[in-house]
Design a protein around this ligand. Structure first.
Ligand code: FES
Length: 119
């Protein structure tokens, strides 16, 4: 495990997210209030890039495509592909892939940068 600079603090704002490649991994880095988080960049459902349209609310990140939701502090799955509700297309698409938690990376702030810990 090693720490890697992911992004300058000045590039982030509360509620905003950025996708970056760090140590050959695509990661999503974001800010909620005065906290920072980092997750894998692609939705676990069908690999949508979460930087494009994902919402971060109530300590969860929700993919815009089929609304799969994970906790941003642990990556734990909250809801798997519930959208759209009718026709029941979302549930059908959800069954096409195995339910998985989202990978979360530890973050820290050093010298004006957000760093993340990667294997
Ligand atoms: S791709 Fe994200 S919920 Fe389907």
């Amino acid at each position: 495990m090693a720490w890697h600079v992911a992004i300058k603090l000045s590039k982030l704002k509360p509620g905003k997210k950025k996708m970056r490649t760090v140590a050959k991994k695509m990661v999503l880095i974001g800010q909620v209030d005065d906290r920072y988080f980092a997750t894998e960049a692609l939705c676990r459902h069908m690999r949508w890039p979460l930087a494009y349209g994902a919402k971060v609310e109530n300590d969860c990140i929700r993919c815009p495509l089929h609304q799969t939701t994970h906790k941003i502090d642990t990556g734990e799955l909250v809801e798997w592909s519930p959208f759209p509700l009718f026709p029941p297309y979302g549930k059908l698409v959800g069954k096409m892939s195995k339910q998985k938690d989202l990978k979360i990376y530890e973050t820290r702030v050093i010298d004006g940068n957000v760093e993340i810990k990667i294997d």
